[in-house]
Design a protein around this ligand. Structure first.
Ligand SMILES: Nc1ncnc2c1ncn2[C@@H]1O[C@H](COP(=O)(O)OP(=O)(O)O)[C@@H](O)[C@H]1O
Ligand SMILES: [Mg+2]
Length: 366
């Protein structure tokens, strides 16, 4: 017979292990009794290293520590929304709740323990920002498709009429003008096609993302005109992804070429090495939009150029948005749509001296 008490214990343990909220239990001396995997991830510690150590070791944040001590002394719960706390060398925004609970301690006497719950808001913010980006992209593509249809039909008519007219011309010198009409109609059609981006269904196969970056490396050798150095930093343990390799190559090339152009045009006057780094890592339990994946391959393309201003960052993935005089503004919009056709996503974070484009690719774990 199954022991119902043991069963219920296993069940709670299972829930704690899979909870998205970080949970830490403290004893009456503010030592850590236990910590769940989400808390290990958020606080960057491992359970066996921190168990029975003072909570002070976990939190560099003096005010928060004071609030925790007060909760123990006053026996009143404490909650705070959207609090920014410092963990190691970075800041995160969390909703915090500290709850006193009474339990029998090691000595058998009743003691007050504290239950800390932290939910990581930056993750939620990131997910909703990504969802917006994906939705925005879909809207733009739908708009472009219908516009392309409306433009290309009459263009065909104009071109055909100009050809007929040319045949009827008595003075052949006038053909110069019909040729202008035909040439410009062709140019417009090409522009519309380019804005739409490649419209072939992705040919998804198992690919090793490093075989893609190596292809990109050899393609870039042909671009050599610049004093830009490219470094590669691979995590060789990344499993293969199911993706159209041609799509991935195109997306990576578009981003790397932008980085090289930004470095080339960097006139901040500083004498520094111009560096692009392509870095791959594996992420566990990670969202791409609202879709949660067990494993996600991440490829960062990092440059130490001038960066992208904040208002520009919001728009760079839209078609025709360019910051360069001779730019078309199509590179990133095409890269983003290639990625999304394969279930992936591109994100961008930029400040002067460090611009990161992250390509996120779901790893099929079956
Ligand atoms: N690594 C980067 N550093 C600085 N600016 C960038 C970078 N990548 C993209 N941009 C900006 O985003 C704009 C849009 O890029 P893109 O869609 O490829 O169009 P284009 O390259 O034709 O301008 C660029 O014009 C540039 O202003
Ligand atoms: Mg470009």
């Amino acid at each position: 017979m199954n022991d119902p008490k043991k069963h219920s214990y296993e069940l709670s343990e299972n829930i704690l292990d899979n909870l998205n909220t970080a949970v830490v239990l403290l004893d009456g001396q503010l030592n850590v009794l236990c910590i769940n995997p989400s808390a290990e991830m958020l606080l960057g510690v491992s359970s066996h290293k921190i168990t029975s150590k003072p909570v002070r070791k976990l939190l560099a944040d003096d005010d928060l520590f004071a609030a925790i001590s007060d909760t123990l002394a006053s026996n009143h719960p404490f909650t705070q929304r959207e609090r920014t706390i410092r963990i190691n060398d970075h800041k995160v925004t969390v909703d915090i709740s500290v709850q006193p609970i009474s339990a029998s301690g090691a000595s058998g006497k009743n003691e007050t323990r504290l239950l800390l719950e932290l939910s990581h808001l930056d993750r939620h913010l990131r997910i909703s920002r990504e969802e917006n980006l994906l939705a925005q992209h879909e809207t733009i593509r739908a708009l472009l498709r219908s516009m392309a249809h409306e433009v290309k039909n009459p263009l065909g008519g104009i071109r055909g009429a100009a050809q007929l007219l040319e045949r009827e011309l008595e003075n052949p010198d006038l053909a110069e003008y019909t040729q202008v009409i035909i040439g410009e109609a062709d140019r417009l059609k090409k522009l519309v096609d380019r804005m739409l981006g490649p419209n072939v269904r992705p040919n998804k196969i198992l690919v090793n993302i490093h075989s893609v970056t190596e292809r990109v490396r050899s393609l870039l050798k042909a671009d050599k005109s610049r004093d830009v150095k490219i470094f590669f930093d691979y995590d060789p343990s990344i499993p293969d992804v199911i993706f159209d390799p041609e799509h991935l190559i195109q997306a990576v090339l578009n981003i790397v070429r932008n980085a090289a152009q930004a470095l080339d045009e960097d006139d901040s006057g500083e004498q520094k090495e111009k560096i692009i780094t392509i870095k791959t890592r594996i992420l566990r339990h990670f969202n791409i939009g609202y879709k949660r994946h067990k494993l996600v391959a991440k490829m960062d393309i990092i440059d130490n150029g001038p960066g992208i201003s904040e208002d520009m960052q919001e728009r760079i993935f839209m078609p025709l948005i360019t910051g360069r005089a001779e730019g078309t503004g199509l590179g990133l919009s095409i890269a983003q749509s290639l990625m999304s056709q394969n279930g992936g996503l591109i994100e961008c974070h930029s400040k002067p001296g460090k611009t990161v484009f992250s390509l996120l690719l779901p790893v099929n774990d079956e």
